[in-house]
Design a protein around this ligand. Structure first.
Ligand code: ADP
Length: 466
């Protein structure tokens, strides 16, 4: 394990926290046990002293010679030794007062023989039977300072040693548990990060679409999900880019090879320049020019740089303009081209030239797929927050498999037929880009064999276009 590894850092962090916790708890509990134990022993010694004083008074029926009992030099007095042996340390200090409140014993010899103040007497503990009050004992302040030392082999010392040992073992145990949990958690946390690091390298090497395993639902899990999403999006975008390049090359090649073939034959003198040949050359040049224009429109829309000359336009005027442009062709194909749009509909905010391009694409598609005797209807109606414009035809319709893809670039449902007609497969993609640049939307529905309907929703003139 290298020092730079996240796993090691996490393990050390958990170990450090565990260790600090264990040491703090051990120190606090150890100190508290010692002081509480000392207090307990002092209480015990005080009780023993009170019992001893009471016993002394009962035995002698006076306080005479009581100073020997508490004196530091027992002078072989068995009674005093018996009491001393019961004590944990030196006897507790304080003031002994007789039944009249006169001081008998005190740390301060000057007070002996004097009467004690009632306030101090109130802190005193009565000695002797209830019917015959012998006096009071007033203990000095608690706790004893310094604390009473414990004797090396005493049960008290053994008790404290046991407690210390137990605390030490607890601290070692807690530290070990912290270490084990630290190792497990550190590995759990660092594994997805290692996976992601490896996956980023793989994607950077060009293996787009590479996925990582999502191991959890937390932040790391969400990071893995986002990475997978990004990787698939990159792969899809890359595929689309390649496909588009291939499609552009393919679509440019056909008219270019026709132009090349004819011009070479003309310059070699193998072919005479007739009006028909000029017509063919012109048609291919126009087709190339349209293709380049379409690609330019799409790339501008992609870059968000499609210039729109937005102005309020009445829906029926937009539709009438389109029908006027295609009426001759519709009549020639024996297809009825009609408009149904109320004059009362409010204006929409559009670029009229661009919208004419969109509607023109839809109507020319409809004319291409609608047989003689069919009908093409251009409708406008009020919708929520805008105006709905529809181009309905009674043509061949679109197969359900093709319907989700028809707005994709270079998508042609019927490849052979389209190639013959010289269409690019960009018409609907451009229509969508233009409509979306207006802040609108476009969709298609169709029943194969019965016809198709293209629906555009456009914003009203008083709604700002997004
Ligand atoms: P193209 O330039 O080839 O017409 P479009 O993007 O305009 O490309 O249309 C894509 C495909 O959608 C067409 O190839 C055609 O198969 C299908 N399509 C579009 N409009 C209609 C329609 N009105 N009826 C049936 N099919 C349609």
């Amino acid at each position: 394990m290298r020092l730079r590894s996240l796993t090691l850092k996490l393990i050390l962090a958990f170990l450090f926290v565990g260790l600090v916790g264990a040491v703090l708890v051990a120190g606090f509990v150890g100190e508290r046990t010692k002081s509480e134990f000392d207090r307990f022993v002092l209480n015990r010694d005080q009780t023993a002293l009170l019992e001893e004083l009471s016993h002394y008074y009962r035995a002698t029926n006076s306080w005479q010679g009581v100073d020997q009992l508490l004196s530091n030099s027992p002078d072989n007095q068995d009674e005093a030794w018996g009491f001393r042996r019961r004590l944990h340390g030196p006897p507790p200090t304080g003031t002994l007062v007789d039944a009249n409140g006169v001081v008998l014993l005190s740390q301060d010899p000057a007070r002996i023989g004097r009467k004690i103040s009632p306030e101090e007497l109130a802190r005193g503990i009565p000695i002797g039977p209830r019917d015959k009050m012998a006096g009071w004992f007033i203990f000095d302040d608690l706790p004893r300072n310094p604390p009473a030392p414990t004797l090396p082999d005493s049960p008290e010392q053994a008790f404290l040693d046991n407690v210390r040992h137990a605390i030490f073992m607890g601290a070692v145990g807690a530290t070990l548990v912290a270490l084990v949990i630290g190792v497990i958690l550190a590995q759990t946390l660092s594994r997805p990060i290692k996976d992601l690091t490896a996956a980023t390298k793989i994607v950077a090497e060009g293996n787009l679409g590479h996925q990582v395993k999502v191991r959890s639902k937390d932040e790391l899990g969400r990071l893995a999900t986002s990475f997978n999403q990004m990787s698939s999006d990159l792969a899809r975008a890359n595929k689309q880019r390649r496909q588009m390049t291939a499609d552009i090359a393919h679509d440019l090649r056909t008219p270019l090879s026709i132009l090349l073939g004819y011009t070479e034959a003309l310059s070699d003198g193998k072919l005479q320049a007739t009006p028909e040949i000029h017509k063919v050359l012109h048609k291919e040049a126009v087709h190339l020019s349209h293709l380049v224009d379409d690609l330019r429109t799409l790339s501008l829309a992609d870059a968000g740089e499609l210039k729109l000359n937005l102005q309020p336009c009445l829906p029926y005027e937009l539709l009438n303009r389109t029908t006027a442009a295609y009426q001759v062709q519709a009549n020639a194909q024996n297809v009825a081209l009609t408009v149904a749009a109320g004059h009362e509909l409010p204006p929409v905010l559009v670029d009229p030239e661009r919208m004419a391009q969109v509607l023109g694409n839809l109507v020319s598609n409809a004319l291409r797929y609608t047989p003689a005797g069919g009908q093409i209807l251009l409708l406008a109606a009020a919708a929520q927050n805008g105006i709905t414009v529809q181009v309905q035809d009674t043509g061949a319709g679109i197969a359900p498999n093709d319907l989700p893809h028809i707005f994709n670039r270079f998508y042609r449902a019927d490849e052979s037929r389209q190639q013959q007609q010289g269409e690019s497969g960009l018409g609907l993609a451009i229509a969508r880009s233009i409509v979306e640049a207006h802040g609108g939307s476009i969709s298609a529905s169709s029943t194969p064999g019965q016809g198709s309907t293209f629906t555009i929703v456009l914003p009203l003139a008083d709604t700002p276009a997004s």
